[in-house]
Unconditional design. Structure first.
Length: 427
């Protein structure tokens, strides 16, 4: 991060007080197309897309050196089933049935990868029809299961990734996925986990994206406040069920070609179709630009849980703790883990400021090493954003009602340490 971008980001968040995620109109409905890496810097992406929360598309030139682009695709642009079977045939993979709706999503099952590939081949031979339905391999943690495979390298533009940096540190989970599916497979209307950013790269095939800027989803809810399963359904035209649908803007539509990467802004709902047999790689990620959006989302989720079980509220019972347990089961995180998430990121940034860039560490393929290469000013920016959200979390009444004795260091001590580190760095 250069000084001009640091100054720009500081001014933006001072003015907006958190992060932009409101309605956004694209001139002519066009999404910017980034052609060459040589003429597009990290600071360009940070300033023009991350901070204002705008979508964009990166050309296939940004992925042409990936191992998956070379090895997972046949000469005519189709999935290389034989190579994939050789490398991953015995793996168990999560597979969704796109033809079945279950609790506003598609039911999943675990299948051997070789069985899924056999299904896919038969599905193609049968004219994309099958008695088993349209099966879609989704949310496969391939990088975690096969870390030694030469699959891809994360583009520098997406390297400030607090989400995967934290989950790598605690060795529990990650938000790096592979998707594989036949023509006609699709993902219903949704926003990404924690209202994170996402990037999605097509290894082969084509996708159609329908994107709704953050806030537009409010016009798509039914009388009960539920979002549609399929945003293209004619049922949305029924004013008695979807009374505000006619106030919504048309979606931003993107057709993503093989090799291209789509950047999806934080909090934007979307629906995605595979127009051909398609393989893609996706990351969800959070950083200093949208961590306040994540915090707002968690507060909204907790409030929804509290409303749902309010009738069973008993001052004698640990009701507030139960709300946290339910929220974590639904979203994957609670307030105390969110505190630890911010703490780990902040302590990593302080380490960068205090020790400088460790050349040996920066050579490693980890999120922390990646952020080191983005420079000291980026570490300061991250610390300032972490302090902003930590201050809000520490003052939150629901957070203060929890048993915080297990948190080390305590919130007040951590905030004092972070503020001192920022002051020292800016001297």
């Amino acid at each position: 991060m250069d000084r001009a971008t640091f100054a720009c980001s500081t001014a933006f968040f001072r003015e907006h007080n958190s992060s932009a995620q409101g309605a956004f109109c694209l001139p002519g409905g066009q999404v910017d197309f980034i052609e060459k890496a040589e003429s597009f810097s990290y600071s360009d992406f940070f300033r023009d897309y991350l901070i204002p929360n705008h979508p964009c598309i990166f050309s296939a030139k940004f992925t042409e050196d990936w191992g998956s682009r070379r090895n997972w695709v046949t000469w005519d642009g189709k999935p290389n089933f034989e190579h994939l079977l050789q490398k991953f045939g015995e793996a168990l993979v999560p597979v969704a049935n796109c033809d079945v709706k279950e609790y506003n999503s598609n039911p999943k099952e675990q299948l051997p990868f070789k069985e899924y590939i056999q299904y896919w081949k038969e599905h193609i031979r049968s004219g994309y029809r099958s008695s088993r339905g349209c099966l879609y391999l989704k949310d496969w943690h391939l990088s975690r299961a096969f870390p030694a495979q030469d699959v891809y390298s994360t583009p520098v533009y997406f390297s400030s990734d607090w989400l995967n940096e934290y989950w790598d540190a605690v060795a529990v989970d990650d938000y790096r996925f592979v998707y594989m599916g036949p023509k006609g497979s699709w993902t219903p209307f949704h926003a990404d986990v924690f209202r994170s950013y996402s990037w999605s790269a097509n290894i082969c095939g084509r996708k159609k994206w329908l994107l709704y800027p953050a806030g537009q989803e409010e016009y798509l809810k039914d009388l009960h406040g539920n979002l549609p399963f399929d945003v293209t359904s004619p049922k949305l035209q029924d004013r008695s069920v979807y009374p505000r649908y006619n106030q919504s803007q048309p979606p931003v539509e993107i057709v993503q070609e093989a090799g291209e990467i789509v950047f999806i802004p934080s909090g934007w709902h979307h629906q995605v179709y595979n127009l051909e047999d398609t393989i893609s790689i996706n990351h969800n990620w959070v950083n200093g630009c949208n961590v306040a959006i994540m915090w707002c989302f968690l507060q909204d989720e907790l409030a929804a849980v509290q409303r749902e079980i309010n009738q069973w509220k008993d001052p004698v019972d640990d009701w507030h703790l139960q709300c946290q347990v339910i929220m974590k089961s639904c979203t994957g995180i609670d307030y105390k883990e969110f505190y630890n998430f911010l703490r780990v990121i902040a302590e990593n940034r302080i380490s960068i400021l205090e020790k400088g860039l460790d050349e040996e560490a920066s050579a490693k393929n980890t999120p922390q090493a990646a952020i080191s290469t983005l420079g000291m000013l980026h570490a300061v920016f991250d610390l300032k954003r972490a302090v902003k959200v930590l201050t809000s979390l520490s003052a939150n009444e629901d957070f203060k009602k929890l048993d915080l004795t297990s948190l080390s260091p305590p919130p007040e001590a951590l905030l004092h340490h972070l503020k001192a580190a920022i002051d020292t760095a800016l001297l």
